[in-house]
Structure formats: C-alpha cells, structure tokens
Design a protein around this ligand. Structure first.
Ligand SMILES: *[C@@H]1O[C@H](CO)[C@@H](O)[C@H](O)[C@H]1NC(C)=O
Length: 250
C-alpha cells in the first residue's frame, strides 16, 4: 500500500501551514478518503489544523492535561512554600525585640511573718519578680515570674541574688534558674559569718517557642531584706527559627 503515505503527504501539504490547496475538490477527495481510513494513524503532536483534526488534537490534549496537572501541582507546592516562609519571617520579626528586667518587691512579706522575707516554703517556689522596669513583647509574666519564649532563638538570662540577715543570723538560701522545670544554674549560701551576701549568674540558652524560664527559691530557704536587689533579666541574642523544610517542588 503506497497510497496511504501519499494521502498523508498530500493532506499535509494541502491543509497544514499556509500552503493552500490548488484544487478544493481534490483536497476534499483526499480528506474524505483519509477520514474513511480505519487502520492505525500515527499522530503528530502539532497537526491540529490537518485533515485528521480530531485524532491530531487528541494527541495534544493528553499533553495539555499533563501540563495543566503539573502546573497545578507546582502552584500548590509554591503556595505551601510561601506559607512556610511566612511563618519563618514571622518568627524572625517576632524575635527581634525581646527583653525584660524585673526585681522583687522590697515590701514583700511571707504570709504569717512580719519580716521582709521571701520564704521559707516547704516546696520550691518560683520567685515573682513583680517590679518590672522593662518587658518588651510581654514575654515575662510578673505575677508568676515566668518568661515564655514566643519564638525560637538564643537567649541570655541573668539573675542576681541578695539576702541580709541580722547579726549572728543564718544566711540560708538556694536560688536556681529553671528551664521547663530543669535546673540550669544556681547560687546558694549557708553560713553564719556574713550577715549579707550576693551572687550573680548569667546563662545563654537555646529556646524553642513555648519554652519557659524562671528562677525559683529552694524549699526551706529564704531571701530577706532589700529584696529589690534580687534581679531577673533576659533578652534575645538572636532568633533562630526551627529548620522548616521549604520544598517548592521543582
Ligand atoms: C513599698 O512601700 C513603700 C512605702 O509604703 C512605697 O512607697 C513603695 O512604692 C512600695 N514599693 C513597691 C514596689 O510596691
């Protein structure tokens, strides 16, 4: 059969591109002959304008649907990527201004006592540094004495401990910085030689969003007089968002 390739060739010449048929009736004849052909047809992807319009377009349609699907998936991944990026930017900008400074209230008296002492209690108690002079971001809660990280990052905390007892009294305190209930750093005193003493600790901590940091007084111990010398401060050194994976799907 030599006639079919010939029909294709003629059909292409007459109907594709800008080469117009010289004789309409001849091309019609070829077209009709071609359309009546029942055997397998090899499609060319871009022959939509040719005689075998329907079949040719089907070949392209499959590719078009695939392209559409791919484009949709890419847009979906992009959208998710933008969402993740948005969270990271929020973490970074939220973490920029975090700093607080708080001291104990010098007027504090432990219930049942007339001394200006915090403690003793029979359990460890977070120290409520309630006099706040700086609290950007309101991450520090002065009634509980607890700092809660709103964004992940590296933070610096310091606390100063001071206590004063009368002559021959016993300086007896133990104060510790806590992160989510675990001891990070502490200072303590137990002697009758001094009537006053102070100490200071500075720590650098990596925090995740929601981590809590506070200072607690150990059970059975106490801080007395000039309680305003007891200071708790903290600030962010730099934000450090958790490593989200950004997959744009390319
Ligand atoms: C402590 O008491 C004094 C005298 O009543 C008062 O002037 C001062 O404001 C109080 N300090 C705090 C932090 O409440």
């Amino acid at each position: 059969m030599v006639v079919l390739p010939l029909l294709f060739l003629l059909g292409s010449l007459f109907h594709c591109g800008h080469v117009e048929a010289q004789s309409t009736s001849a091309s019609e004849l070829l077209k009709q002959a071609a359309l009546q052909w029942n055997g397998p047809v090899t499609c060319d992807k871009w022959d939509c304008d040719c005689a075998f319009k329907e079949r040719g377009c089907c070949c392209v349609a499959k590719d078009m649907f695939q392209l559409e699907e791919d484009t949709f998936m890419r847009m979906k991944y992009l959208w998710q990527g933008i969402g993740t990026l948005n969270h990271r930017v929020q973490d970074l900008t939220d973490g920029v201004r975090v700093a607080f400074k708080a001291t104990m209230n010098p007027n504090y008296t432990t219930p049942g006592s007339t001394e200006y002492c915090f403690g003793p209690f029979n359990i460890n108690v977070p120290i409520p540094y309630s006099v706040v002079t700086l609290n950007h971001d309101n991450a520090y809660n002065p009634s509980l004495g607890i700092f809660t990280a709103r964004s992940a990052g590296v933070y610096v905390f310091s606390f100063t401990v001071y206590s004063y007892v009368t002559e021959y009294g016993r300086l007896y305190h133990k104060v510790q910085l806590m992160k989510n209930g675990n001891v990070i750093a502490s200072v303590w005193e137990d002697n009758r030689e001094d009537s006053e003493d102070n100490a200071n600790q500075v720590v650098v901590l990596e925090l995740q969003r929601g981590d809590q940091v506070y200072v607690e007084l150990a059970s059975g111990r106490k801080l007395c007089k000039y309680l305003e010398y007891n200071i708790f401060t903290g600030y962010i050194l730099y934000p450090q968002p958790s490593p989200y994976s950004i997959d744009f799907g390319f």
